[in-house]
Design a protein around this ligand. Structure first.
Ligand SMILES: C[S@@+](CC[C@H](N)C(=O)[O-])C[C@H]1O[C@@H](n2cnc3c(N)ncnc32)[C@H](O)[C@@H]1O
Length: 452
């Protein structure tokens, strides 16, 4: 899984290097080199592929695409690195699409996770159910196909108003729905959704709900930029909704057949909640190990990026609800969630004031960005205080984060986060470094390793 590369070029020659040796970490994992920066130990590791792309090639993980997710390989690496055993609770407070706990469920670890975004929560919940009767699923798929073919034909020449009336269906309440979807596409998507809810009983819905969530974005008029999406207004692609539905169905059925042969599955648990208020949501569960990737302080909004699916799956009803969720989210801001940060200087939580070293310079340059970063660290601080109340003795965890540059000022996320942990009584053990991103800007991804 990890290979040591002798004489490999330093990933970070720019860093203050006090040590630089090829060696073996205390826990047996191999690393390329070790640095010290701000008196913190940085271990540069060699993990093959840490990005979402690796997940697109693995069973279950490939069902739903979330560009900022990490790879199952990285989860496997950290399960070893932290010395996790199969009786322990492995927790992910920022679940995303569930890479950590899906991998835990595959490998027989006890996974628990929390996710704020209702789409990502649902997708994870659906991805954790594997005990379907596959032959029965195939029969349902056949019935859906027959009825879809008839209804799609009937809808073809209707205007949108006639379609809505005749089929008694609502157009998703997203702003500019027909910019998101061509009329023939949204008609077919809505027909499929209606048929799924008419023909599939509760217990079998998960598979079909995942597919609807996936194709509502795949069939939209979008470009995928890394990691966001933008409109592709002038494309001439022929979008075949049924084909997309069926391709996803076949992939899922293949994976289910494979995982059903796993002998000892420990069903993981996903909770829809807010990790700044852990105690309320964990409800007595005590955590032994933690593997997670919180949002980075880079303004990426998970609500904004998943809004076509949130609206299509009727998980959001209006823009106000989207803003409310974004205000609760750590990280991203857009729309009104940004304008509330534009007013006065946002005070850091008093316990972490001294740690937020970017404030003087960033405040001078842009109050909005300064407030944005402070909101991020205040919320991470709230999360860390709550975490402390919910861990077992011997706790160890890793937070995968990226540093960022806001208006030219470097936010050294890993150091700030590590120091906030120390401030709350945790041990800031080291920083595991595994990926450089963004070329000249010296952006990188690290795992902040902490224990108690
Ligand atoms: C970087 S993503 C996690 C990706 C994940 N590692 C994966 O592989 O899919 C961060 C997640 O944190 C979630 N999040 C943001 N604020 C949160 C909060 N207050 N409580 C729980 N989850 C939150 C976001 O919705 C997003 O899904």
């Amino acid at each position: 899984m990890i290979s040591k590369k002798k004489n490999q070029k330093s990933l970070f020659p720019e860093l203050d290097s006090e040590l630089s040796i090829d060696s073996i970490c205390e826990n047996g994992a191999e690393y390329i080199e070790v640095y010290e920066k701000h008196k913190v130990k940085y271990e540069v590791l060699n993990v093959s592929d840490v990005t979402f792309k690796a997940g697109t090639k693995e069973g279950i993980h490939s069902w739903f695409r979330l560009t900022p997710s990490y790879s199952p390989e990285l989860v496997r690496f950290f399960l070893d690195y932290l010395g996790c055993n199969k009786d322990e609770i492995i927790f992910d407070p920022f679940n995303g699409k569930g890479t950590t706990i899906v991998e835990c469920q595959k490998l027989g670890y006890k996974g628990v996770a929390i996710e704020l975004n209702p789409l990502l929560y649902n997708v994870t919940n659906w991805s954790l159910k594997w005990d379907y009767d596959i032959e029965y699923l195939k029969k349902i798929q056949n019935s859906i196909q027959k009825k879809f073919t008839v209804n799609s034909k009937k809808a073809k020449d209707l205007t949108i108003d006639e379609f809505v009336q005749k089929f008694k269906l609502d157009i998703p309440k997203i702003h500019q729905p027909f910019r998101w979807w061509k009329e023939y596409v949204i008609k077919d998507l809505l027909i499929l959704k209606k048929l799924v809810y008419e023909l599939v009983e509760e217990d079998n819905l998960g598979v079909f709900n995942i597919i609807l969530s996936v194709i509502s974005l795949d069939c939209a008029n979008i470009h995928r930029n890394h990691p966001t999406i933008s409109f592709d207004d002038n494309h001439t692609r022929d979008i075949n909704v049924w084909e997309e539905f069926n391709l996803n169905f076949e992939k899922i059925v293949r994976d289910l057949t494979e995982v059903q042969s796993i002998k000892k599955i420990k069903k993981a648990k996903i909770i829809n909640g807010d990790s700044t208020k852990l105690t309320k949501y964990l409800n007595g569960i005590k955590i032994d190990k933690l593997i997670t990737s919180p949002p980075y302080p880079n303004r990426f909004s998970y609500i904004h990026t998943t809004r076509p699916q949130l609206f299509f799956m009727e998980l959001l009803d209006n823009a106000k609800e989207a803003t409310e969720l974004d205000l609760k989210a750590i990280g991203g801001t857009w729309g009104r969630a940004t304008s509330v940060l534009m007013k006065d200087f946002l005070e850091p939580n008093k316990e972490i004031k001294e740690i937020l070293d970017y404030i003087p310079e960033l405040k001078e340059k842009t109050l909005l960005m300064c407030n944005y970063a402070t909101k991020y660290f205040n919320m991470m601080h709230d999360h860390i205080k709550e975490l402390k109340k919910n861990v077992n003795p011997g706790f160890k965890g890793v937070y995968v984060v990226g540093n960022s540059r806001l208006s030219g000022v470097e936010i050294c996320t890993e150091i700030i986060l590590g120091k906030i942990f120390e401030r709350e009584g945790f041990k800031f053990d080291k920083v595991a470094v595994f990926r450089k991103r963004g070329g000249k800007k010296m952006l990188y991804e690290t795992g902040v390793c902490v224990s108690l």
